[in-house]
Ligand binder design. Structure first.
Ligand code: PEP
Length: 256
């Protein structure tokens, strides 16, 4: 089996730094993290970082097993008059291996919906930047029993794209940055649902990783990563602490 095949059987742990860090703190974070992850040979690793620091992070991580990635990508494919935008081709040019698409903070603050997100997803595919589609319901939607309907609607951007692999991060909005983690039962039910949706949208042969995100930390990671259909974690706050992020990676390394 090739390394390319094996990664679809591993646990994945991706960090999301959001709008945090400075050159000096980033260098310190990575310098402290890298020596702690030598044993984690069975985990697929990455950090999504502010675009302005992407090239620096890519250079710091070269030769390591951690991918650098972007937190967002432009809906526009080609160079042109799009002030402030960063295209998928630019991300690839500075070494990004993946990009988050549709993080709930993008949906909330920038009103990103399926039409724009499908364009972003497709531009990533064209430039061989792996899109990580972020989905998840708000608390009001869960309380109205709409969680599965919302997630199904968010996944619909995957229809008719002839995909052979899909990576999704399920992040209930009410669990992001709040310290409130979904229960094991809630995670298990939603991840099974997401698997079934992806299979029906993309066909039986598609390779799938569904990551959980929302207040994952060093203490709860092992329990979450042991849940059926949880293929890894997308980690926000705890990815800014090298010891915590390393502990989550270690939990993924030993997860069944
Ligand atoms: C995230 O930003 O994707 C996230 C899951 O954040 P946190 O881990 O801080 O809840």
């Amino acid at each position: 089996m090739t390394e390319g095949d094996v990664m679809w059987q591993r646990k994945w742990v991706l960090g999301n730094w959001k709008m945090n860090g400075r050159l000096a703190t980033i260098r310190t974070l990575l310098t402290e993290l890298l020596p702690q992850i030598h044993d984690a040979q069975q985990v697929q690793l990455g950090v999504a970082v502010p675009t302005v620091y992407l090239q620096e992070v890519t250079e710091c991580l070269s030769g390591s097993r951690i991918w650098s990635g972007a937190e967002d990508v432009s809906q526009f494919a080609n160079d042109g008059a799009y002030t402030g935008e960063t295209s998928a081709a630019m991300l690839a040019d500075v070494g990004a291996r993946f990009a988050l698409v549709g993080h709930s903070e993008r949906r909330q603050y920038f009103n990103e919906g399926n039409a724009v997100l499908r364009q972003k997803y497709q531009h990533c595919l064209s430039e061989r930047v792996l899109p990580i589609l972020c989905i998840g319901e708000t608390l009001a939607e869960r309380e109205a029993d709409q969680d599965e309907a919302v997630v199904a609607q968010q996944l619909a951007i995957l229809a008719d794209l002839s995909l052979d692999s899909v990576v999704v991060a399920y992040e209930p909005v009410w669990a992001i940055g709040t310290g409130q983690v979904a229960t094991v039962a809630q995670i298990a039910a939603m991840h099974a649902f997401i698997y079934s949706q992806i299979l029906s949208l993309c066909g039986a042969g598609v390779k799938i990783r569904v990551l959980y995100g929302g207040s994952v930390n060093a203490q709860n990671a092992a329990d979450i990563l042991a849940v059926a259909h949880v293929d890894g974690a997308l980690v926000g706050g705890a990815s800014l602490q090298p010891d915590s992020f390393a502990a989550i990676i270690q939990a993924a390394q030993t997860a069944e």
